[in-house]
Design a protein around this ligand. Structure first.
Ligand SMILES: Nc1c(NC[C@H](O)[C@H](O)[C@H](O)CO)[nH]c(=O)[nH]c1=O
Ligand SMILES: CC(=O)[C@@H](O)COP(=O)(O)O
Length: 140
């Protein structure tokens, strides 16, 4: 059994609840333990994962959040930089699945958050499981 930390940026609570449901279901059905940590926004997720990884209490991580385009360039920063920082952490060998939605509008977010439809939370959990499996395969 492995221990996973879901780090969620709780900007849109009802969407996060669905994304977390999908991620949690994927992880617990595979026999793993799950905790959830909440941060203000997607830009805080990579730092929170880095700090949690240093504690060595968790085997893998799932980033959960929703970034919906507004009127300014801030969307590109929040969406792009959170993804870039998460990618950098995975390149350091940390098993992270990225379930941060980066969408144009609420309708796109609803479809992707819903575990019964595109289930992007579950998809991100599966990615974290795959990276953890690779790490254990290459460690031996
Ligand atoms: N607009 C969204 C944000 N913005 C907040 C940033 O993520 C960050 O918390 C702030 O810039 C302070 O450092 N975050 C989301 O997760 N989703 C958004 O749509
Ligand atoms: C993704 C964002 O940062 C966005 O929600 C902010 O909206 P705006 O660009 O209209 O300030």
């Amino acid at each position: 059994m492995a221990k996973f930390l879901i780090v969620e940026a709780r900007f849109y609570a009802h969407l996060n609840d669905q994304l977390i449901e999908g991620a949690r279901s994927a992880l617990t059905s595979a026999g793993h333990e799950v905790e959830v940590l909440t941060v203000p926004g997607a830009l805080e997720i990579p730092g929170a994962i880095a700090l949690a990884a240093e504690s060595e209490r968790y085997d893998g991580f799932v980033a959960i959040g929703v970034v919906i385009r507004g009127e300014t360039y801030h969307f590109e920063i929040v969406a792009g930089e959170s993804a870039r920082a998460i990618m950098a952490l995975t390149m350091d060998g940390i098993a992270i699945g990225n379930g941060i939605l980066t969408v144009e509008n609420d309708a796109q977010a609803e479809v992707r958050a819903d575990p019964a439809r595109k289930n992007k939370g579950g998809e991100a959990a599966q990615a974290a499981l795959a990276l953890l499996d690779l790490r254990s395969r290459f460690a031996n």
